[in-house]
Design a protein. Structure first.
Length: 64
């Protein structure tokens, strides 16, 4: 098994919560950060699913 650090679990937790639609401010609370900027910039990785959902929201521009 690959070794992971506790810190890596914090990144994974933040990313999974964000992927499930949890607001950055709530993730900030869970991780105990002083600002949502720290949470978003350092801890959250945007997944393909989140990217795809964002792009799909533009679909109304192309509806006939």
């Amino acid at each position: 098994m690959r070794r992971i650090r506790l810190h890596d679990l914090r990144h994974s937790c933040a990313t999974m919560l964000y992927d499930q639609g949890v607001e950055i401010e709530r993730i900030q609370d869970v991780l105990g950060h002083s600002s949502p900027t720290v949470t978003k910039a350092i801890y959250v990785e945007v997944t393909r699913r989140v990217q795809q959902e964002a792009v799909d929201r533009l679909g109304f521009l192309f509806d006939a």
